[in-house]
Design a protein around this ligand. Structure first.
Ligand code: ATP
Ligand code: MG
Ligand code: MG
Ligand code: MG
Length: 468
């Protein structure tokens, strides 16, 4: 059995051996890309290399990239604790060709890594291709010897990658591992594809076109971008189905069990998983310079932290908990990511402070929530006024309230929440206009509104809503 650290090294060594430059992970807060909230894929740091704006002295690269998917285009926050395969923070292993090798070599490199170096059994593997990409289907048949029933053609945008409305784009091909019929789920493209039986481990993107406002042109030198989830491939290699059962998560969950005295069984299991996941995203974000606040990236961090804290409360913790788990995280990941070691004091203090503050209102807010939802069962709805009061007075981000009610099948009237928020904004504005400095106020509000809009350009509207 290989641990996460060995699997990561084996990936990078393999691509180095095959002529790739090993490049360090980019930071979670992307440099020079205001359209992106957090780095969400390995290719982000190479975006300008793919478009040709920037040149590097290598044409092949490999990385283990830190990624957060908790807002914007990819938001897996609501999946954590509910699926076997999603985290808010994870490591994406990737190899890249900037106009160098293309589809055939990319497929060959990927196939050899997983079947030879990692030794995965071929009969458990299947792939998807974009329905119009006959090249890819033919290459999988030839290089991997896969039969046609293991090469699934997908006609949707799931298998056609684009950078934006214009720019490089192309079909992609995903490699799936079948964890067996004891687990619910169907193959990609089927009605049960969201189940956890067939798990996508690697996505190969073939950038072969350039989309202009007028037409889709063939790129003279097509490129390759790939992403494989380290935790997902680790689960396969360690013979477990669930990402949360790999060595790294077992260690974090054990620390959480120790600190709470509650075993990760039954209903407590999901809480321990959420805590372990959120500990990682929180710590890595802080190490990369994000601090909890009421807007933008800082608010996403705060939402993640507070969700984790509610789960700690569910486990019976009445004192700050998450900061106590930092040493376990550093033991597991500090060597690969020394920025965590450097930021240890900041991570610990930030968690402790936020936990201490939120604890003051968490318990009372949960009390209000209980009263307001008494008698509501499956299909019930919490009114928007109460959800807003929880947000405004008790510091409950909307998604925390939703998460708290989800297990009971109760939803939140989000339109009512928005309306309450708008009303409060309007009242604040009206109160201001009484102070006799109309010109300054107008400028202030105009600025605030404009800056708010700029700040959230391209982000999740949910995030934007969270800001007053
Ligand atoms: P899924 O369909 O399972 O949500 P995806 O298609 O959104 O995955 P990609 O955007 O293709 O994922 O990312 C590349 C790889 O990163 C995936 O093949 C998977 O191994 C991994 N990955 C994606 N999202 C997550 C996540 N939230 N947690 C852990 N690994 C992930
Ligand atoms: Mg996804
Ligand atoms: Mg997918
Ligand atoms: Mg994918």
């Amino acid at each position: 059995m290989s641990g996460v650290n060995e699997i990561r090294s084996a990936f990078l060594d393999y691509f180095a051996k095959n002529g790739h430059q090993v490049v360090e992970s980019g930071p979670l807060v992307p440099r020079n890309d205001p359209t992106l909230m957090f780095t969400n894929a390995g290719m982000n740091q190479f975006k300008n290399v793919f478009t040709g704006l920037e040149k590097r002295d290598y044409q092949r690269a490999a990385t283990a990239q830190k990624v957060v998917r908790a807002g914007g285009k990819h938001n897996d926050l609501d999946n954590v604790g509910y699926t076997a395969r999603h985290h808010t923070f994870f490591e994406m292993l990737g190899n890249f060709s900037f106009g160098d090798y293309f589809k055939d070599r990319a497929i060959e490199l990927a196939w050899n890594l997983i079947t030879k170096e990692y030794g995965l059994p071929k009969d458990k593997l299947l792939v998807t291709v974009y329905s119009e990409d006959e090249d890819a289907a033919g290459l999988w048949r030839k290089i991997a010897g896969l039969s046609d029933d293991k090469i699934i053609r997908i006609p949707t945008s799931d298998n056609f990658w684009t950078m934006g409305d214009t720019g490089p784009c192309g079909p992609c091909s995903e490699i799936f591992f079948d964890h067996g019929d004891k687990i619910w789920g169907g193959p990609p493209g089927s009605a049960e594809e969201d189940g956890d039986r067939f798990i996508e481990i690697w996505n190969l993107v073939f950038m072969q076109y350039e989309q202009t406002p007028e037409a889709r042109l063939d790129l003279p030198r097509p490129s390759i971008d790939t992403g494989m989830g380290l935790e997902r491939v680790a689960a396969v290699l360690q013979g477990v189905h669930d990402n949360y059962d790999i060595d790294l998560f077992k260690a974090l969950i054990a620390a959480s069990e120790n600190a709470t005295g509650v075993k990760a069984e039954g209903a407590a299991q999901a809480s321990h998983r959420v805590i372990a996941d959120h500990l990682r995203s929180t710590s890595f974000l802080i190490a990369d310079g994000v601090l909890p606040s009421n807007e933008g990236r800082g608010y996403v961090l705060r939402r993640i932290m507070r969700r984790g804290m509610r789960h700690a409360h569910l486990l019976g913790a009445r004192d700050p908990l998450m900061f106590k788990l930092v040493p376990a995280l550093l033991r597991e990941m500090g060597q690969a990511y020394p920025e965590l070691l450097r930021a240890e004091a900041l991570i610990t203090e930030t968690l402790k402070l936020e936990e201490t503050r939120f604890r003051k209102t968490l318990e009372r807010g949960l009390g209000l929530l209980d009263t307001a939802t008494e008698g509501l069962g499956e299909g019930g709805e919490l009114d928007g006024e109460t959800a807003f009061k929880l947000y405004d007075t008790y510091g409950f981000p909307l998604d925390l309230t939703q998460d708290a009610l989800r297990a009971r099948g109760v939803s939140v009237d989000t339109a009512g929440f928005d309306a309450a928020m708008q009303r409060q904004k309007a009242e604040a504005r009206a109160a201001w206009s009484g102070s006799g400095e109309a010109a300054t106020e107008t400028v202030w509000f105009a600025l605030k509104e404009r800056l708010g809009a700029t700040e959230f350009l391209g982000y999740d509207t949910e995030v934007a809503e969270g800001v007053i």
